[in-house]
Design a protein around this ligand. Structure first.
Ligand code: ATP
Ligand code: MG
Length: 403
């Protein structure tokens, strides 16, 4: 056990953080991490000179520190996570702490020390710190050699105010902005592969996510709802999803299928989904809808059809996957941890009452003509009112007052 206090340093990209944005960003990330790390032995989290420092309780094991770091790397806004120790501002102490951190970093045969001092009242310059601490580490690890270019391991030594922070094990985070720094979006969440990835991409840009799932109930089973719940639990680990509304869409779909021209059915279903999602977005004070569409992937995802569905709502409809291809989306779903869940087959409203030949170039005037006489306003009211909300832990979320 080291004589020093264990810490996990959280680095974020400062690019794009201007002026007063910056402290809001840091506070948001700090609050998100505090909530997400509730299960770990965290004493406190502080801002220190362009980093957040998570202080771990005395006696915390390496395994627990690493598990804590692993929980942090997937949090939006985190660029890098490093495990190490806090020590006094004293070169001997720094060298001992660096030795302890290095001993826990695993396989390496080359290394370098990267020191920086935040306060010039520390008398030793960073070049000298590199040299002095580096020499002591060479004694402690005689089999390792110093290499300046592309070493296996970089040992960070940072002198900030009246303490020093030393680390070796360091892994990249997923980057982006902290959830809660870019408002709220409502994502149309199927149990398929694409929409969870689309929502996740918005979360990575700082949006609080609320999902809406249209299930085929009562015309189908509620299986897809369980898959969507599993997907939401994966997203919940990063603190980005606040709730999922489940809308039983089967009966209304059936009514549409009975009176609308078959080729336009899919567009009509989708326009109604958008309208219901927009209503829920108003409830959640969300600024946009999000879908997992990618251009040309299926019949409904043509430019003409996108135009005809977007015309159903006033909110912007964001499609973060529009220019990606399926293999890229699958790779992201695997990384996120939703791919396996999404690969399970469950009937949802997408499989229900599908026409044999859906229109790929819908004209808005035909669509509007097909909608004439349908009780759309009533359906939107009823479907939104009967939507069942399931809540997830999202530290940045403020629930709407009326719900
Ligand atoms: P996904 O893999 O996300 O289901 P997809 O390739 O199957 O997408 P579509 O079925 O055409 O494509 O759906 C396009 C988008 O519409 C989805 O990405 C999702 O945002 C939304 N959507 C489709 N079905 C549902 C549903 N049952 N509930 C909520 N949103 C849905
Ligand atoms: Mg789908």
């Amino acid at each position: 056990m080291s004589e020093f206090q264990r810490i996990v340093l959280v680095h974020y990209h400062e690019i794009g953080l201007k002026g007063h944005n910056r402290s809001t960003f840091e506070m948001r990330l700090l609050k998100n991490l505090e909530a997400l790390l509730a299960a770990f032995p965290v004493v406190t989290i502080h801002r220190i000179a362009g980093r957040l420092c998570v202080f771990l309780r005395e006696g915390t094991s390496l395994d627990v520190a690493v598990a804590c770091a692993d929980a942090i790397v997937r949090v939006p806004g985190v660029a890098r996570v490093s495990c190490g120790y806090k020590c006094e501002r004293d070169l001997d102490a720094m060298a001992r702490a660096a030795r302890d951190a290095m001993g826990e970093a695993g396989g390496f045969s080359t290394f370098k020390v990267a020191a920086r001092r935040n306060h010039t009242d520390f008398p030793i310059g960073s070049m000298d710190m590199n040299r002095i601490v580096g020499a002591k580490l060479c004694e402690a690890f005689p089999e390792a050699t110093v290499r300046m270019r592309d070493p296996d391991l970089v040992v960070g030594v940072e002198v900030v105010q009246n303490a020093a922070y030393v680390y070796a094990r360091s892994v990249p985070g997923i980057g982006g902005l902290p959830v809660g720094s870019s408002g709220t979006v409502v994502g149309l969440l199927s149990s398929g592969i694409d929409s969870p990835v689309a929502l996740w991409r918005m979360a990575r840009r700082g949006a609080v996510c609320v999902g809406v799932h249209f299930s085929g109930r009562p015309q189908t089973s509620d299986e897809s709802e369980y898959l969507v719940d599993d997907i939401a639990r994966v997203l919940e680990r990063t603190g980005c999803i606040a709730r999922v509304y489940v809308v039983a869409f089967g009966d209304v779909q059936r009514e549409i299928s009975l009176c609308a021209p078959p080729s336009l059915r899919v567009i009509l279903y989708r326009r109604l989904m958008f309208k219901v999602a927009e209503r829920l977005a108003a409830r959640e004070r969300a600024g946009a809808l999000v879908t997992g569409e990618s251009l040309g992937q299926v019949a409904s995802q043509t430019l003409d059809n996108i135009r005809a569905t977007d015309a159903a709502v006033e909110l912007p409809v964001l499609r973060p996957l529009i220019g990606t291809d399926k293999l890229e989306i699958i790779a992201q779903a695997e990384e996120l941890g939703t791919f396996e869940i999404s690969s399970q087959d469950a009937p949802d409203c997408c499989t229900l009452f599908m026409p044999r030949k859906p229109e790929t170039h819908a004209k808005l005037k035909d669509v509007l003509a097909a909608e004439e006489g349908l009780p759309l306003a009533r359906w939107v009211d009823e479907l939104a009112a009967s939507a069942e909300a399931r809540d997830y832990a999202c530290p940045a979320y403020r629930p709407p007052r009326q719900a």
